[in-house]
Design a protein around this ligand. Structure first.
Ligand code: GLP
Length: 256
């Protein structure tokens, strides 16, 4: 696991954007896994600014609320449209977000997995993290082998996400999310975390035991996972000096 600590979220978002830009230049038909939330906002702004060619790219979003129409302002369909898709040349049929309005959710979930496989798998999965360690909407106690499926949100996550709705009562209880097993199958993972609120979850995920109580800790089992942090999100890690030295002394061929 690689831990990259940057002075602030602007610098960290620029590093993340350069990782995506490099992949798109090396592999114009790359497959990306994308998150929502506040964390990737600057990354998306930077990607728009870079004016990359997305015409052959395919994207798969991590998750969506069940029962929210794509036009609902708090849906992840809307979020992605506003923050990224409306500003890049990604063909609409190459952008996938789970269909939270589907009548047959299990079959939509199976199809999502099949679509990811049919595209050759995800090359780069960008992730945020919840204050309890959740990734996508894989809440604590999610199976570490889980695939795309319906999940029930915890009250903590519904409270945290109430800021995107009028009130907590309006936050759906159910969501569709890629599973932890789905995320572990991707070729590369880059998890972004900013702010003191994420420090405990990050420290437990990176330096604690692998446990379903912190779903992000499953990334210790991923052969190519990076945690890209600002100073505050890194503040509860023990081995920060080591992580900084490793990053500052990377051989040229390894630099991203
Ligand atoms: C939601 C999303 C996650 C995201 C998390 C953190 O639960 N499903 O993908 O990582 O929120 O959100 P934020 O980046 O706003 O802190």
């Amino acid at each position: 696991m690689e831990v990259i600590i940057q002075p602030n979220l602007e610098a960290a978002s620029a590093v993340a954007a350069s990782v995506v830009a490099r992949l798109l230049r090396e592999k114009p038909n790359a497959v990306l896994g994308l998150p929502t939330g506040n964390t990737p906002l600057l990354l998306y702004r930077e990607l728009v600014r870079l004016n990359l060619d997305w015409s052959k790219v395919t994207t798969f979003n991590l998750d969506e609320y069940v029962g929210l129409p794509p036009e609902h302002p708090a849906s992840y369909h809307s979020f992605m449209r506003h923050e990224l898709f409306a500003h890049i040349n990604l063909p609409a049929n190459q952008a996938h977000v789970p269909d939270g309005m589907a009548e047959d959710i299990p079959s939509v979930c199976r199809r999502y997995e099949a679509q990811i496989r049919a595209c050759g798998g995800i090359d780069l999965q960008i992730l945020g993290i919840g204050a309890d360690g959740h990734i996508g909407f894989n809440e604590p106690t999610s199976s570490l082998a889980s695939r795309t499926r319906i999940k029930t949100l915890t009250s903590e996550t519904r409270r945290a996400n109430a800021r995107f709705f009028g009130s907590e009562a309006e936050v759906p209880h159910h969501v569709i999310t890629m599973g932890i097993g789905t995320i572990l199958d991707t070729r590369q993972v880059l998890l972004l975390a900013f702010g003191q609120d994420k420090a405990r979850a990050v420290a437990e995920a990176v330096e604690g035991p692998v446990t379903a109580m912190n779903p992000a800790s499953a990334l210790q089992m991923h052969p190519s996972a990076g945690f890209l942090l600002d100073e505050t999100a890194a503040s509860e890690l023990c081995k920060t000096e080591y992580y900084r030295w490793v990053y500052d002394n990377k051989p040229d061929w390894q630099k991203g």
